[in-house]
Design a protein around this ligand. Structure first.
Ligand SMILES: [Zn+2]
Length: 191
């Protein structure tokens, strides 16, 4: 009988909690800001809605404390993680591209490759934008802290926040996307 896979969820660049108009985190990190689009806020919004759906279905998950910077999040998860667990950190992309992609570690497991591809296809299909598929960390030319958590790792880049067409599609489907993602995460737990 295989061990239960537990879900560990995080929103990238989401250190945006304010108290008396000041961020309570050590280092505020809101990600890329283009016009009115703030990556950290978008990541938070998607994850909040995914979480509500998971709660509604009674699917257990763990979210890291919101005031955590990335290094704190990684330390938090490293303490509680087991190899079969699933760690997913939501991001939006930027830099002039088009479509959805999912980053997985440099030497991905079969599980990471399979579900990374399904995750990218699911987001692209929901938003009706280009599916860029999975990208291994090594092809990016940099190491990502998130990939250092010893379990099954996924970093979905929902779409490009600096691409007006992508954001138009996101806005049309922003309520169905989190439900679709929650459904996918539930399926991943059962595989
Ligand atoms: Zn990001």
């Amino acid at each position: 009988m295989p061990k239960t896979r537990r879900l560990k969820l995080s929103a990238g660049h989401s250190v945006t909690i304010m108290e008396n108009n000041r961020p309570i985190a050590k280092q505020p990190d809101r990600g890329v800001i283009v016009g009115t689009h703030v990556e950290g806020d978008l990541n938070n919004r998607v994850l909040s809605l995914v979480s509500l759906q998971l709660i509604y279905w009674g699917v257990p998950y763990t979210k890291d404390p919101k005031e955590n910077v990335l290094s704190d999040s990684i330390a938090f998860f490293r303490k509680i993680i087991e190899p079969q667990d699933i760690a997913i950190e939501i991001h939006f992309n930027s830099g002039g591209g088009n479509g959805t992609e999912v980053i997985i570690p440099a030497n991905p497991s079969k599980y990471e490759r399979k579900w990374g591809e399904i995750m990218s296809a699911t987001i692209a299909e929901t938003l009706q934008i280009r599916d860029r598929g999975v990208k291994c960390e090594k092809t990016l030319g940099r190491r990502l802290g998130w990939m250092r958590i010893p379990c099954e790792n996924f970093l979905p880049e929902i779409c490009f926040l600096d691409n007006p067409e992508n954001m138009k599609q996101y806005n049309i489907y922003k309520t169905s996307l989190p439900i679709r993602l929650a459904k996918l995460f539930r399926q991943m737990k059962e595989d």
